[in-house]
Unconditional design. Sequence first.
Length: 340
Amino acid sequence: MLVLGIETSCDETGVALFDTQAGLLGHTLFSQVAMHAEYGGVVPELASRDHVRRLLPLTLQLLLQTGRALGDIDGIAYTQGPGLAGALLVGASVAASLGFALGVPVIGLHHLEGHLLSPLLTAPAPRFPFVALLVSGGHTQLMRVGAVGDYELLGETVDDAAGEAFDKTAKLLGLPYPGGPALAKIADSGNPKRFKLPRPMIASGDLNFSFSGLKTAALTLANRENATSQTKADIAAAFQQAIVEVLVAKSADAVSSTGLDQLVVAGGVGANRLLRKTLEQKANAEGFEVFYPPLDLCTDNGAMIAYAGAQRLEAGIIRTRGFSVRPRWELDELRRPATA
């Protein structure tokens, strides 16, 4: 089965082709970062309009690169939510139109399910069941993943997500958009021991997170200290160290409490080098394995949607009547029966 995946949930337009026999054939991606940088963040209307401009040309480019034709496609998967309503509608309308024209099934997917399953595109891939740490701009969650469609929430942030805290702290330090990568970059030249920041909820006894207070503590530091470039780097390093320690501690606790021995890390923050290094050290010390998607699949992309869609379509879970989007959509709702 050859599945076309379409991702337009926010500020990246992604399309991919996944073959259930041959694997991922290719994917193309266009990031809107440069466009939104002028405004210091994502402008939803501009994001939607850019998806309209990019989606069909990217799809044609992908078909040329892979040597496939529209008539070869057996199914189409698109991101149904969560995300920006206008951006989601672009992908949904193109998917539904192509599906109708080609006479193939179309399935709307949960964006976070794509992230959760993206490490299965690597080799070697994790085996079900495993624990997943989902860390992106808007989500920080720990999940037990039993199979495709079998997801149990173990813990989540009670306020800011890790990626959100990175971006907001970068902004208060005067760093350019996108803030998370910019903060991580200057943290490389900083001293994480110069300033002491809290490790929120690290000993809470549960698997939940909280990063809003950490962001406030960083703001207090920035307001108190002279804003030299070295001071900013030191605050960034201390902030990054605090977040990483919390993420690693909670992830290890989740692995231990479930009795599993595999941890999957997905989402944009999963590309953070310090997080990867610290998790590897923890995994080696405590005897579990860590899996990541390739760096180019950590952020939003069509490959994860094509893969997740292929798994669901092969299982016979399809939606073929009309289309809809769900800007707000809890992941645990996927355990409920799908309706056509």
